[in-house]
Design a protein. Sequence first.
Length: 545
Amino acid sequence: MSPKLKDDEEQSLLATTNDGHHYGSSAAATTNNDTNDTDDAIVILSLTMDDAMDRLGFGTFQYRLVWAAGLCVMADGLEILLLSVLTVVLRAEWNLLEWQASLLMSSVFCGALLGSLVLGQLADHYGRKPIFILTAAIIALLGVLTGFATTFHWLILCRWGVGFGVGGGTVPFDTLIEFLPRSQRGHHMLYIWFFWTIGTMLVVVLAYFTVGESSSSNHENEEATFYWEGWRLFVIACAIPCISSMVLGILWVPESPRWLLTTQNDPEQALAVLRGAAVVNGKDPNLLFPLGRTKLLAEEYHNTDHNSTNNKLSQRAPEEAHFWDLFRPKWLRTTLYLFGTWVGFAFLYYGGVIVTTLVFASSTASSNNNTQEDNAGTYHFEYGALFVANAAEIVATIFMIHTVEKLGRIPIQTYGFLSGGIMVVLLCGLTSLHRQQQQAEQGEYATYTYLAMVVLAFGVRMANMAASCTTWVSTAEIFTTDIRSTGHSAANAVARLGGFLVPYVVSAEAPLTFIGASMMCVAVGTAFCASRLPETKGKELGVID
């Protein structure tokens, strides 16, 4: 005989979260009458995964995931942006030619392109947790090995390997988003970008204390704590956050219940993960997700009849996502606009980083074509200006957190990309003017122009950061669980094409007018593609118009 429902209060609790929010039909408690005794009834709680995450709320469990995923995001930022410093240093230390410096930067994006395609599909096939850990391990190992490189080819191979790991950076991001309640998903996903911003600022700080400034006479470095091949210490230090992320991933990150339910057709294990997360959040799992009375529904069953006592999904074979699924009629239009947006934002973001470095840093190679220390060239960084430019990303992240749920994803992307392109044009123009003023020894005017350059560099980094990070959030929300990692990783892979091209367009040898015009054209195209994407503000994951 089925257990009897005690009173109406229990049924209300089962369909309501602790904060009093009722979910209606998709999270409704339904009863099943026994044919032999109509007085006996059992409460069945039918929940979509978004309903389940709303009941779970945001607590200690999610904060753990934020730290694990955030440190991996920080490592991604460090490992890519350190190249803006490393190429300047090695032009002097190893007398790299311009094509070699460009190849060094492009090698990371080349590896990331392949890594995005491979690791994303592995995450959809084998699960989020193992690929989360694998991604962090690859970045950490190859990042450390970079510091021991003794030849240019070794260096290229290590940076390519780091790029391969960086390509899997969408997996920690998607893992986190799949555990967030829908009402707080937008701004909580943006908190993770504080880690990226801290990483970009750490690049400047670590560079200051390791590579400092160079001197062509004896190569002493008074500003650096360690001046003997300080770039090696620099790249090894940049790998530390990813080592921490790997450890936290092992200890704190469970398998995604969305993946278990949708891909593995395993509602029991998915329910076990949810109950464990409830315990970590200090909530009663028997109240939120009672055993034997909770039915989890995959996204595609959201609008179907849920009245069933069986705590199983409808019997069907789990479908494995493939790259070409993105080009089926259901996803084709969205995929094309997403790819256009991602290629553009990668070009604009990393182009903005390189532009600000070119403006506020310089290097001179030795007249002798060798890599011996005694004959090395010089390099110089204006650390104050670079730090201010990188700090703009903190302001951008704060701005996004307070506006993404009000303004929406699409307006922030569209106007962010456009304004970033306009400010790059102005920055390039002012830099040319500043150099002319310096040559003409117009000191007072040069000072004002320099301050305006710092303000514009701040604006470029802020606009590109706001738009780019919103693209990350929007993309993860657009795709359904069964194809989320594949789709997000494919977009990330396509973005690497933009990153791959940047060093050959935005380089020390390219005229500033050409750089500004190129980035403005890309900004217009990217803004157009972003404006055609579906708005996901306030909607369930994978449910778009």
